[in-house]
Design a protein around this ligand. Structure first.
Ligand SMILES: NC(=O)c1ccc[n+]([C@@H]2O[C@H](COP(=O)([O-])OP(=O)(O)OC[C@H]3O[C@@H](n4cnc5c(N)ncnc54)[C@H](OP(=O)(O)O)[C@@H]3O)[C@@H](O)[C@H]2O)c1
Length: 313
């Protein structure tokens, strides 16, 4: 495994991170705790030290599963969780809340569920238009001083929003989406992160599984599955995408890798990226994606990948 420094922090993250969204067992089809736990332990055995979750994943369940999986190995890893997606008592409604009062309550809940006395990276999940950023940042900076969180991170921000967060204190990371089908962050966000020395931990590097090559025809997910809401899985988009994946798969296989490995290798080849957060429901999945770090894509390979993706546009 390779490791990279996260922004201005003293955290060294594995370039392949582990995403615990599916471990929440909510909106991700068939998920079993024992398999999520086995996948997390497999990840640790492969040298992965960076685990990303959020309080809202499974309404607390993902954090609990992560704690169970880590057991007495907690100190070996970097735990990143998120705050700001508040949910209703029955779990069906979600809204943004980054008010000081809510953050104070949420951090205690996360610490309890994660069975830890400090969260290594505490990320705001998305902006909250109702709360001034200065108030959110003041609360987070207090939590750092109090030793409840080590570093502040962000997610789903525009360049201007990121600039505003940075203006109030140390922010060590941004978590944007980036994959071969969703590249808008490359244009403005990643250059800004490089300029400001903000680490980048990328989500959905395999486009929620679409870039693993397992879909050959349109798929109907169960009602409530998050992928039914993703345009990449819909209609003409989907047909175009699976044609691209087929061509990428051929390219990867000819070089001794899988298309999932190509997708992740492409993300970590970007000079601004610290780590690609790979979701996995089972040990075999993370075993495959963890192998991506070994493929250092050359300049020519990157150009050819761009050509393949563009050719189906
Ligand atoms: N900050 C945010 O707003 C945000 C948003 C999204 C995600 N995230 C974070 O980023 C992490 C990763 O993103 P993601 O889960 O959306 O997408 P992803 O990593 O692109 O895809 C993960 C999914 O792909 C399938 N998969 C993974 N490896 C595979 C393999 N080797 N072979 C076949 N299928 C495989 C699995 O689902 P199936 O088995 O069901 O196909 C897995 O759950 C999340 O867990 C979460 O921690 C953050």
């Amino acid at each position: 495994m390779d490791y990279r420094q996260l922004g201005t922090s003293n955290l060294k993250l594995s370039v392949i991170g582990f995403g615990c969204w599916a471990a929440g067992a909510y909106g991700w089809g068939d998920v079993r705790d024992n398999e999520s736990i086995a996948a997390i332990r497999q990840a640790m055995d492969l040298g992965i030290n960076f685990f990303d979750t959020a309080d809202v994943y499974g309404r607390g369940h993902s954090e609990e599963v992560l704690a169970r999986a880590l057991g007495n190995r907690r100190k070996e890893v970097i735990i990143a969780t998120k705050v700001g997606n508040r949910w209703s008592a029955d779990g069906t409604r979600i809204w943004a809340d980054l008010s000081p009062k809510y953050i104070r309550r949420a951090v205690e809940d996360s610490l309890r569920r994660l069975k830890t006395d400090v969260i290594d990276l505490y990320q705001i999940h998305r902006p909250d238009p109702q709360t001034p950023v200065v108030e959110t940042m003041a609360t987070l900076l207090d939590l750092v001083k109090e030793g409840k969180i080590r570093y502040i991170g962000t997610s789903n921000l525009s360049p201007d929003q990121l600039r505003e967060y940075i203006s109030y204190g140390q922010v060590v990371s941004l978590q944007p989406v980036l994959n071969l089908f969703t590249r808008y962050s490359e244009v403005q966000l990643l250059p800004l992160c490089r300029e400001k020395t903000v680490g980048v931990v990328v989500y959905s590097p395999m486009a929620m599984g679409l870039l693993t090559g397992k879909y050959n025809k349109p798929v109907s997910f169960k009602p409530g599955d998050f992928r039914t809401m993703n345009v990449l899985f819909q209609g003409k988009n989907f047909e175009r995408n699976i044609t691209v994946v087929k061509a990428l798969k051929k390219f990867a296989n000819e070089r001794g890798y899988s298309v999932a490995q190509l997708a992740v290798a492409w993300v970590i080849a970007h000079p601004a990226v610290t780590s690609a957060i790979c979701g996995a429901k089972r040990p075999g999945q993370i075993k495959e994606t963890a192998g991506s770090f070994a493929w250092k894509l050359t300049h020519d390979e990157l150009i050819e990948i761009d050509r393949i993706v563009a050719s189906a546009a």
